[in-house]
Design a protein around this ligand. Structure first.
Ligand code: GTP
Ligand code: MG
Length: 302
């Protein structure tokens, strides 16, 4: 199955939520206020957020006037264009040019960090021929390192862990040393799910970050925040905190398959000015898709 088909499948719940949109375009009249009201309502329903929905409506009015839309098809294409443009905020590709380079995976509890690392390791190895090392920076629970170890084996990646309760920054230090010694291309660091308002955990994250910067000052570092799409707008608040502490370079949006709130990507781009780099559409190894804005928007429509 191609990426577009997977994305299309993953967005089925959101698309169902937007079904009325098609009807709206069928009965389209450029000067109908109902059209704009209903469009705004649908956008809010799929978790675009009120401020951004209003902005999109404004943009839609402007485009309609500028291009003299008369038919539903024109308006539909205009909306797709507007929404795609909304998602252009930086590079969606991972920048991993140095050897080694680092991916630091952060986010609150249970959003899918460890699973995403497993999927990503498999992708980098199989698609790009990279030598990947997974580093168990989640020392909070022994089970966390075990879970990552299983993914390392599945993905054919190397694996570094310490005992439960040890200092995550020390594991990261070891992971980086091992990567240098073994000639790894990418070190992916798992971290404990931390609540953004737990100051000590956020400090721990900052410490990990300092170790990376000290040991690999020249390295490309991607700090990806994993966001659970089912949490919708709430996730945005979390992301803002992580942005301050960890200096994020992008977002991975997981569990799109389980939600009708796929509109959240627009709010992420708007409020965080960060690119979504991957989306998760299931629990399997292949269920991680590189994010392509235009495909995403097209998959929202039938
Ligand atoms: N449906 C679906 N489930 C997912 C996806 N990504 C992760 N999951 C599931 O979400 C659950 C939590 O995933 P983990 O990877 O353990 O999440 P985590 O962020 O590492 O959790 P903690 O380490 O406890 O903070 C697991 O059951 C995963 O299989 C996704 O894209 N779609
Ligand atoms: Mg985990």
């Amino acid at each position: 199955m191609g990426f577009f088909e997977k994305m299309f499948g993953g967005l089925s719940k959101t698309r169902r939520n937007l079904e009325d949109l098609e009807e709206l375009f069928q009965g389209y009249a450029p000067d109908s206020e109902d059209f704009y009201d209903e469009l705004e309502e649908l956008l809010v329903l799929s978790d675009v957020g009120v401020p951004l929905a209003e902005k999109i409506i404004k943009g839609m009015r402007k485009l309609t006037w500028e291009r003299r839309f008369r038919f539903g098809d024109e308006a539909r294409a205009g909306l797709i264009e507007l929404l795609s443009r909304q998602l252009s905020v930086g590079d969606t590709a991972l920048k991993l040019t140095t050897k080694p380079s680092v991916i630091l995976m952060v986010g609150v509890n249970g959003v899918g960090k460890t699973t995403t690392i497993g999927k990503l390791a498999a992708r980098l190895k199989n698609e790009e021929g990279k030598k990947v090392l997974l580093c168990a920076g989640d020392t909070f629970r022994a089970a966390a390192a075990e879970q990552l170890g299983i993914w390392a084996e599945r993905a054919g990646a190397e694996f570094i862990r310490h005992e439960e309760g040890s200092d995550p920054a020390a594991v990261v230090f070891d992971g980086i040393c091992a990567a240098k010694a073994r000639g790894s291309d990418v070190v992916i660091i798992d971290t404990a799910g931390r609540l953004h308002n737990k100051q000590n955990l956020m400090n721990e994250l900052a410490k990990i970050r300092r170790v990376i910067d000290r040991e690999l000052p020249e390295a490309d570092v991607e700090t990806l925040m994993v966001l659970d799409a089912t949490t919708g707008q709430n996730g945005l608040l979390q992301a803002k905190q992580f942005l301050e502490t960890a200096g994020l370079t992008g977002i991975v949006l997981t569990k799109l398959d389980g939600t009708a709130k796929g509109g959240i990507v627009f709010a992420i781009a708007d409020e965080l000015q960060l690119p979504v780099k991957y989306v998760g559409v299931g629990e399997g190894m292949d269920d991680l898709i590189p994010f392509v804005a235009e495909d995403y928007v097209k998959a929202l429509f039938k």
